[in-house]
Design a protein around this ligand. Structure first.
Ligand code: GN1
Ligand code: MG
Length: 369
C-alpha cells in the first residue's frame, strides 16, 4: 500500500468541489481494504469535515460502477427519509462531486478517490460491551435493509462478483493451496483440514438462495460493527457507512457478519485465542434489534436460519484470511507478516464457539416466531 504525504492528499482533495474547502488532513486506520483520510476545514469543528478515501481497485475492479451503485442507494435512502418527513442529514452518507461532476476522481496513476461529508458526534465502535448499544447496531443494520427492501436490485452492479458465495470462495482456497504461491502451505495442515471438514456447511446459504428457500434481497454485505454510526447524544443508530458492497445478497449475510464481529469477546485479530469467546447476551440483544426493525420483511425461514448465517460468514471470513495468507497477503491490509494467519486462527476459534452455541441460538430464534 503506498503511503501519502499530507501535501499529496491535499492535492488530491483539490479535485473535489468542496464548500467550505478543507485545509488539513489526518489518516484514519480502521478499514482493512480502502485507504481513508479525514479532511478538516477547522480541526476544532469536525462538523464541517470530510472523508477522502482511495478505493482499493484490487478488490473493486470497476470503481465507476461501484460509485454509481452508491449514488443510487444514497439518493434512494435520502428520498425515503424525506418522504417520511425525516431529515436525511447525518442519516445517509452525502458524497461530494469531483471536478468532472461525477463522484469519482481518478489520479494520473489510475488510483480512484471519492469523498463524503464526515458525520460528527457519533461513535463507530470497534468493540462493544453494552447489550443496549449492540441492540441499536442491530436496529441500524435492520433498518438499512428494510429501507432498501423495495429498491430495484437489477439496477445494482455486483461490485465484487460472488462476494459471499462461500462455496466459490472454497474453490479459490483449494486452487491457492494447489498453487502455493508463497510457499506457506506445508505449515498449514491443521488449518486446511479445518476448512475441508466444513465444505458442506459452507453451502448453507448459497444452496438455499439457489433453490428459493431464502429470498434474494438488497443487502449491505459488510456489516462490521464500526460500519454503523451510533449517535453520541442519544446512543441510537444514525447512519450505515461503507456502502461499497451494497448489492443483491441474503439477510443472513448482514446479520451473520455483524454478530460474528460484535458478539466476539475479543478483537477480530486477537493472537491469544483463549480470549476468544461468543457472548450470548450480545447475540440476543443484536438479534432482537435486527429482527424488530426487519419485522414483517423477514420470512420465518430467514429468522430460523439466522444462527446458521453467523456460522457460515465466520467460516467464510476465516477461510478468506487464510487464503490471503497462502496467496502472500495480496488482499487485506496487514500490520505485520503473520497478520492474516493470526486473523484466520482467531476466526477459526470463534467459529468453534459459534458452532457450540448453535443449539441455544436456534432455540432463541425459534422463540421469536
Ligand atoms: C473488509 O473494509 P472493511 O475493513 O470494512 C472486507 C470484509 C471483511 C472485513 C474483515 C470489501 O472490510 O468483507 O469482513 O474486512 N471488505 C471487503 O475485517 O473485502
Ligand atoms: Mg468495507
Amino acid at each position: 500500500m503506498p503511503q501519502y504525504t499530507d501535501t499529496q492528499i491535499m492535492e488530491i482533495a483539490s479535485h473535489f468541489r468542496y464548500a467550505p474547502v478543507p485545509v488539513s488532513c489526518k489518516e484514519l486506520k480502521s478499514g482493512n481494504v480502502n485507504v481513508t483520510y479525514r479532511l478538516d476545514v477547522d480541526p476544532a469543528d469536525k462538523s464541517k469535515s470530510y472523508i477522502l478515501q482511495r478505493i482499493n481497485t484490487v478488490a473493486f475492479k470497476d470503481p465507476d460502477a461501484l460509485m454509481e451503485n452508491i449514488r443510487l442507494v444514497t439518493r434512494y435512502i435520502k428520498d425515503a427519509y424525506a418522504a417520511k418527513g425525516q431529515d436525511p442529514a447525518r442519516r445517509v452518507l452525502d458524497f461530494i462531486d469531483a471536478e468532472n461532476g461525477t463522484l469519482l476522481y481518478r489520479e494520473a496513476d489510475g488510483s480512484c478517490w471519492r469523498s463524503y461529508r464526515y458525520v460528527d458526534d457519533v461513535t463507530a465502535y470497534d468493540r462493544i460491551e453494552s447489550a443496549d448499544l449492540f441492540r441499536e447496531a442491530g436496529r441500524g443494520f435492520g433498518e438499512f435493509q428494510t429501507m432498501l427492501s423495495a429498491f430495484p436490485a437489477d439496477r445494482l452492479t455486483e461490485t465484487i462478483a460472488g462476494f459471499h458465495n462461500t462455496p466459490a470462495r472454497y474453490g479459490v482456497f483449494l486452487e491457492k493451496i494447489a498453487e502455493d504461491p508463497a510457499g506457506r502451505v506445508a505449515a498449514l495442515t491443521d488449518e486446511i483440514a479445518f476448512f475441508k471438514a466444513r465444505a458442506g456447511m459452507m453451502r448453507g446459504i448459497v444452496d438455499r438462495l439457489a433453490d428459493g428457500t431464502l429470498p434474494l434481497r438488497v443487502t449491505h454485505n459488510d456489516t462490521k460493527l464500526n460500519n454503523v454510526l451510533l449517535d453520541n447524544a442519544t446512543g441510537k443508530a444514525l447512519c450505515v457507512i461503507d456502502l461499497d458492497t451494497v448489492m443483491p445478497g441474503s439477510s443472513l449475510y448482514d446479520y451473520g457478519d455483524a454478530v460474528r464481529y460484535g458478539a466476539c469477546t475479543a478483537a477480530e485479530d486477537e493472537p491469544d485465542t483463549s480470549k476468544i469467546g461468543f457472548d450470548m447476551e450480545l447475540f440476543r440483544a443484536f438479534t432482537d434489534g435486527f429482527v424488530s426493525t426487519t419485522a414483517g420483511s423477514l420470512t420465518d425461514t430467514e429468522i430460523r436460519l439466522l444462527p446458521l448465517g453467523i456460522a457460515v460468514i465466520t467460516c467464510e471470513l476465516a477461510m478468506r484470511f487464510l487464503t490471503d495468507y497462502i496467496d502472500g497477503d495480496k488482499y487485506f491490509k496487514i500490520n505485520y507478516p503473520e497478520h492474516n494467519l493470526v486473523r484466520a486462527r482467531a476466526q477459526m476459534k470463534l467459529l468453534c464457539e459459534v458452532e457450540a452455541a448453535l443449539p441455544e441460538m436456534n432455540a432463541f430464534v425459534e422463540g421469536m416466531l
